[in-house]
Structure formats: structure tokens, C-alpha cells
Design a protein around this ligand. Structure first.
Ligand code: ZN
Length: 305
């Protein structure tokens, strides 16, 4: 039995099982690190006991995802109060006595979509989430891209026409980076309304689609993905995704001559298949990798980070 944790800024989704059809989950509110991680350990003791082989954690960040680093499995410089420098993987691993796989929440979601969702069989793709923040995970040649730490796709710089949009941007580090302009909180601050209350046809969505298309344009030009899976709370507004596709095609302006973009844009930029379960299911893949090779090849994966 494997354990999975999607560690979010407001809640931790914990699960035990082996697949989307076999996964029992429970939500734990994210309070202090001590209280939250104690509740996580208690959940796995209760739900799996000695049958637990390994745990995978897909965490909000920034994090240190490099095994062997002295701060592997830590949340590093997060603005979330009290969580900076928290040893998430170590605390859970010591508490349960099992190996722990650890990566970013968006890399986790990318793993989930690669295994069971909208990116099955695709070795090069991006997973992007647009919600409280904006984050992205990249699969390159069937492996998650980490590099120095991990990509921070939400913090791309994009053009910002201050006459059209006087909102200064909400990123505490960069002001008007992509996340600063296009996250859920940015929409709320600019229009004084929660994103879910902004109706289709509201000018908010045209501007939002423009910003997201600018971000995707840069990512397409940099990473050459074969597909982009884009989800998160802001995308719950159904009118947005088609506008992003149209904006991306317009910005690329025929420069990238691939059928996927020119004639199959609807299949190039797609919603996640796993919806809100992508993160916890990706954490399950991380757990499986941490558990090591198994006799059955049924759960094997080419996407070891
Ligand atoms: Zn930023």
C-alpha cells in the first residue's frame, strides 16, 4: 500500500491506495507545520498501518526536490507564515519509518496526468495550474525537469500595458510577473470580485486570456512541449480556455509550424483529465518511485525525477 500527500497552502490531501480507482483520501487543514504533519502521520498510521511501503509528497513551495541535498524535502522560502524551512519529507519519513518521494505540487500533478490523465504517452509536455498562484511542471524526454531547483513558470515576465491594466500586480517578489497579474488573487484585487463570481463575457476574462496566452507563448518557445495541460481554480470559468487557445495561436502567428498547434489547438492546450485529483495521484507515483522496483511491472513508470 502506498501513501500520497498533496501538500497545499490551505490543506493537505492525504491518500492511501495504488491507483485512481483504489485511493482513499482525507483532507487535513494546513495550520502550523507541527500540527499538520502530526495529523498527516496519524492519518497514515490509521489508514495503512504496517502495510504502508512508501509515501509520496507533492508540495507547495518553493521546495528542495534534490535527493542528497541537506535540505531535501524542505519547503524553503515560502511566503506562507511559519512554513519557511520546514522539513516536510523528513518529518513524515521519520514518523512512519518508510521511504519518502518528494517534489513540487505541480511536478506531482504532471506525474499524475502523465500516468493516468491528459498527458498519457506524451514524453514532452507542460502542466500548468492557475489558482491562488500560478505554477508549472515540465516533462522533458519523459523526465520531470528540475535543473537548479525547479522551474517557476508562474514568475515569467510578460508585457504589461499599464494604460489598459493599471493594476500593479500582486507578486511580493516581482509585482507584475505572470502570477502577479493573472492568479486568482490578482483577478480579485483588480476587479474587486472573486474569480468565480466574474461572469463569462466580463472584460476580466479577455485580459486574463491575454496574459495566460503570453505566458504560454513563452513556454512553447522555450520548452517546445507537445501538449499543455492547464487547470486550477481560475480555469473553472469555462469561457477562458478557448480564449487562451485563440490568443496563443494569434501570438505565435504561424511561426511554429506543427500540426499540433496549427490545426489541433484544441488537443494542444487541454484541461487536466484528473481534475483536482492530479496532485494527490501524482504523489502516489512519487511514492511508488520511492518504494523502489516491484515484481509486477503494472505500476512501472518512465518518469523517475
Ligand atoms: Zn513573481
Amino acid at each position: 500500500m502506498l501513501g500520497a500527500v498533496e501538500a497545499g497552502g490551505s490543506k493537505f490531501v492525504c491518500g492511501v491506495g495504488t491507483s485512481p480507482e483504489d485511493l482513499i483520501t482525507e483532507q487535513i487543514p494546513a495550520t502550523t507545520p507541527e500540527e499538520t504533519l502530526e495529523a498527516v502521520v496519524a492519518f497514515f498510521r490509521r489508514a495503512a498501518g504496517s502495510k504502508l511501503e512508501a509515501v509520496g509528497i507533492a508540495s507547495f513551495g518553493p521546495v528542495d526536490p534534490h535527493p542528497g541535498s541537506p535540505t531535501f524535502g524542505y519547503i524553503t522560502c515560502t511566503p506562507k507564515l511559519g512554513w519557511r524551512g520546514t522539513d516536510v519529507a523528513g518529518t513524515v519519513g521519520r514518523g512512519l519509518g518508510v521511504p519518502v518521494g518528494f517534489d513540487t505540487d505541480v511536478n506531482g500533478a504532471a506525474l499524475g496526468e502523465a500516468r493516468w490523465g491528459a498527458a498519457r504517452g506524451i514524453a514532452d509536455f507542460l502542466y500548468l495550474t492557475v489558482g491562488t498562484g500560478i505554477g508549472g511542471g515540465a516533462m522533458v524526454n519523459g523526465k520531470l525537469l528540475h535543473g537548479l531547483l525547479h522551474p517557476e513558470m508562474g514568475h515569467l515576465r510578460i508585457p504589461h500595458d499599464r494604460e489598459r491594466d493599471p493594476y500593479a500586480g500582486g507578486c511580493p517578489f516581482h509585482g507584475d510577473c505572470l502570477e502577479g497579474l493573472a492568479s486568482g488573487p490578482a483577478l480579485r484585487a483588480r476587479w474587486s470580485m472573486a474569480p468565480r463570481e466574474l461572469p463569462a463575457g466580463h472584460p476580466a476574462w479577455e485580459l486574463e486570456a491575454e496574459y495566460l496566452a503570453l505566458g504560454l507563448h513563452n513556454l512553447v518557445c522555450t520548452l517546445s512541449p507537445r501538449r499543455i495541460v492547464i487547470g486550477g481554480g481560475v480555469l473553472h470559468q469555462q469561457c477562458l480556455l478557448p480564449m487562451v487557445r485563440t490568443g496563443l495561436a494569434r501570438l505565435l502567428n504561424g511561426y511554429i509550424e506543427a500540426a499540433e498547434i496549427v490545426v489541433e489547438m484544441d488537443r494542444f492546450v487541454v484541461p487536466p483529465d484528473l481534475g483536482d485529483r492530479a496532485g494527490v495521484l501524482g504523489a502516489l507515483v512519487l511514492a511508488e518511485e520511492a518504494a523502489g522496483p516491484r515484481p509486477s511491472s503494472e505500476m512501472s513508470t518512465p518518469t523517475t525525477p
